[in-house]
Ligand binder design. Structure first.
Ligand SMILES: Nc1ncnc2c1ncn2[C@@H]1O[C@H](COP(=O)(O)OP(=O)(O)OP(=O)(O)O)[C@@H](O)[C@H]1O
Length: 570
């Protein structure tokens, strides 16, 4: 089996910032300007205490001119600070939103391009949470907390430099006696934060994934009697979320000890500063600067502590999102670009020594050699679980084989760009995926967005006019949520119409196994008869009537194939 790299529920946060850099690079200009404005904003905030200090010194010296200058400067700096704060927040938000929008787009592109194997190996809820929940949390962080965090970091840095200039001694007291315990509290919080916040994200993901499965497996749960057991599981996972949230709250509460240290520091600075001022070592203004600035300092440390929690949540989510974005492999159908090679619209499809397994050691297909000359019509038959559907998906290029190769006109399907592959080979699966909307919306889901005329032409060609006329609103008939108003047979008719719009060289139809009523089966047969003209038709047949319609039969058994109509060519 080809290796599938599983995404860890709790992603490693090592190097998250470095991994984010490539996604920031396209926005470096906007981010640079933003950081410049943030820096100015922090300078304005830091300039306030010295101006108050200067005003106090001017009052004690009875210097009117100096007092007026200090007050005017104070007004100007306050006004500049207000304007710059608003502006920097807006700029930060805008730059952050651009980055988040890019990440969101990339996540959707990544999921659309992910190999089937990768998608099947993960719970849908987990992938959805990475692409939606984690991105939403990141967007919240960017809108709400990132502006504060950046302004606080810049303010802390500039305040420290400013205090050093005013009195190295008082700064030393502050730095040696009070900052270490505050930092110790923060560090111990930080150390616990990764585990507790990561645990909370993992517990929430488990609940989200189970919620999704509750909806997708609703019929099974309603009919199998498994509901009570399932609800017990939901309750257990829900309890895990509560316990994880309690741990994160407790970690946040402990860090609030920083406020206590702040009160003590201010009292000591006031007492020590007053003594130094009386002794004539510093001015009264310097003491005022220290008391005010130490408040800015501790407020900054306290706010940063609160925000570190949010930052941690965002970092955890970002790491999980980056894991998804960096997961290897892309589905051929979603590959863009590639070779510009256009293959002939009709040609031979060949399987050479094809092997495929979902699980290690259990090969569903073993060394399959098959050739489908252009225009051939083949029924693929075999017991339930023998591998017919798997063969269909390998033939359509959805599962690249683990061994051997599938070629069209001699070219390996793996080498074809996505668009070319979907133009050449169309697969109509057993249960055609229908999006919520109208039948017309569903028919539009083919390359080139066909107009009404093209759709009407396809309906006409496949002889489905009377079927469409019998629908309540023709092609504008609603399909219900994910097509629940359409029967399995009707879904296949939609699939065949899509195939007619694509006009592929090879059409693979995995016949619906659910009971298809005879009228719908009649429409499907008629449509197939029209579609098979001039193209290769491979039908994974479940009904004897279908097998009887097709000149060649291929039987799948024990992971290999045997031809019962015409010879199998290696
Ligand atoms: N996504 C999957 N992951 C793991 N095993 C799978 C997966 N899909 C199919 N299988 C297994 O592969 C084997 C072949 O399945 P496949 O659906 O190809 O058989 P089939 O002949 O089409 O069956 P049916 O006639 O019931 O549709 C089965 O044992 C099945 O359990």
């Amino acid at each position: 089996m080809a290796e599938v790299i599983l995404l860890a529920e709790q992603a490693s946060e090592k190097g998250t910032f470095r991994r984010t850099l490539p996604y920031l690079r396209p926005h470096r200009f906007a981010l640079g300007v933003t950081l410049g404005v943030v820096g100015l904003c922090a300078v304005a905030a830091v300039a306030l205490p010295p101006l108050v200090g200067r005003a106090v010194d001017a009052i004690t010296a009875g210097d009117r001119a100096a007092l007026t200058a200090a007050v005017v400067a104070l007004f100007a700096v306050v006004a500049a600070h207000i304007l710059l704060t608003r502006h920097s927040e807006l700029l930060l938000m805008r730059a952050g939103e651009k980055v988040v929008r890019d990440l969101r787009e990339r996540a959707v592109e990544r999921l659309a391009a992910a190999p089937l194997r990768f998608l099947e190996a993960h719970r849908t809820g987990d992938l959805l949470r990475r692409a939606t929940g984690e991105v939403a949390e990141l967007a919240n962080f960017v809108r709400r907390d990132l502006p504060n965090l950046v302004v606080i970091a810049a303010t802390l840095l500039f305040t420290t430099v400013m205090l050093l200039v005013y009195s190295w001694f008082l700064l030393l007291v502050l730095a040696v006696v009070f900052v270490p315990p505050a930092l110790y509290l923060l560090r111990s919080f930080h150390r616990r934060a990764e585990a507790v916040f990561g645990g909370q994200a993992a517990a929430e993901t488990a609940v989200a994934a189970t919620m999704t499965e509750t909806l997708t497996a609703r019929e099974l749960l309603a009919t199998s009697g498994a509901l009570p057991g399932w609800l017990r599981r939901v309750r257990r996972e829900n309890d895990d979320v509560v316990a994880a949230t309690r741990r994160t709250s407790w970690a946040e509460v402990r860090v609030e000890g920083v406020s206590l240290i702040e009160g003590l520091a201010q009292a000591v600075l006031l007492g020590l500063g007053a003594w130094l001022a009386i002794e004539g070592h510093v001015t009264v203004g310097t003491v005022v600067v220290f008391v005010l600035a130490s408040r800015t300092l501790f407020d900054g440390i306290g706010d940063a502590a609160q925000l570190v929690g949010e930052f941690q949540v965002a970092r955890t989510g970002l790491a999980r999102l980056l894991d998804l974005l960096e997961s290897p492999g892309a589905e051929p159908a979603a590959r863009g670009g590639g070779s510009a090679k256009r293959l002939p619209p009709r040609g031979e499809l060949v399987l050479e020594g094809v092997g495929y397994s979902y699980l290690d050691g259990t090969e569903v297909l073993r060394s399959v050699d098959l050739a489908f000359p252009p225009g051939e019509r083949v029924a693929v038959v075999g017991a339930t679980g023998s591998g017919k559907t798997t063969l269909g998906k390998v033939v359509a290029g959805l599962y690249p084989p683990d061994r051997g190769r599938v070629t069209y006109c001699g070219t390996d399907l793996r080498e074809l760009p996505g668009e070319e592959l979907s133009r050449l080979i169309a697969l109509v699966p057993q249960d055609v995926h229908i999006i919520t909307g109208t039948i017309a919306d569903n028919l539009a889901l083919v390359p080139g967005l066909p107009g009404e005329e093209a759709v009407a032409g396809a309906v006409e060609r496949l002889g489905l006019g009377p079927w469409v006329a019998g629908l309540p609103a023709g092609l504008a008939t609603g399909t219900g949520v994910r097509g629940e108003r359409l029967s399995a047979g009707e879904r296949q008719i939609v699939g065949l119409l899509r195939a007619a719009l694509i006009d592929p060289a090879v059409l693979v139809l995995d016949e619906a196994t659910a009971d298809v009523d005879p009228e719908i089966a009649g429409w499907v047969e008629r449509a197939l008869a029209e579609l098979c003209a001039e193209r290769t038709l491979i039908v994974i047949a479940h009904r004897p009537e279908t097998v009887a319609l097709l000149p060649r039969t291929v039987r799948v058994a024990d992971g290999t194939v045997r031809s019962e109509g015409t010879a199998v060519r290696p």
